[in-house]
Design a protein around this ligand. Sequence first.
Ligand code: ARG
Length: 264
Amino acid sequence: MLKKYFLKIVLAAFCVGCLSCGQGFQETQNPRLVIAIDATFVPMSFLNDQGELDGFEVDLIKEVVKNAGFDYELVNVEWGGLFGGLITEKFDLVISSITILEERKNRMAFSIPYLQSGVAVLVRKDIENVDSLEQLAEIKATVGAQINTTSYYFLQKYEGMKIKTYEKFGHAVIDMANKGNDGVVGDSVQVNYYFNENKELTQNARFLGSRMTSENYGIVLRKENLELKQKIDTSLKGLLKNGTVQKLHGKWNLGDFSVVPMPE
Ligand code: ARG
């Protein structure tokens, strides 16, 4: 009697187990990638009115991974946590307007470029008679940039310049509006966006020159993930060639400050 009862339980447990296996199997037909993205970089990636991740890079990465045959989960991670989290395997991919740099390549791998961009500079209008970064350095101006970005590295080249760093680029712009700094350097797409779309913060600022550097953005992966890199590159190359990336560039109005590259 007891034995029969026991057998029934075992059988029931087995069936429940099978059911859940079956469901799990259906849900994850494709391997799943966790993708980290910093949602403070309008119009590249930001939280929309519904609180969802949105923007050029959000659209782009969804296309790239779907086209490469993956399911995905997007997680919002701040700039300072992106590289560490990738290396410690909290996520598999990062996309966040990250410039492909030789020093970064020592620690991480990059996809082929999906956008050519660079840094651009805004200065306060009341900082007069200054038309170059050299002149800004001469007057020992205080210029803001997001920490550990190419804008920050760019400013370090000008001796005399006082660099004020921020966790988020938007904070540098707010500080400029409050006269906490004399100007800001940022990725041209962001600078352009703030200048055109956020007059409240930039009405008392002007562009200093045009795009100052030429940089390529890439999707970032762990160095050892060679197979994944190949799949991502192949997928991205297809989307660059068939005009999908160019269409997204138009949809998000990225302007003349950034160019979609054409792969060989
Ligand atoms: N392109 C610059 C860099 O790679 C800035 C990137 C900042 N991105 C961000 N999502 N906050 O250094």
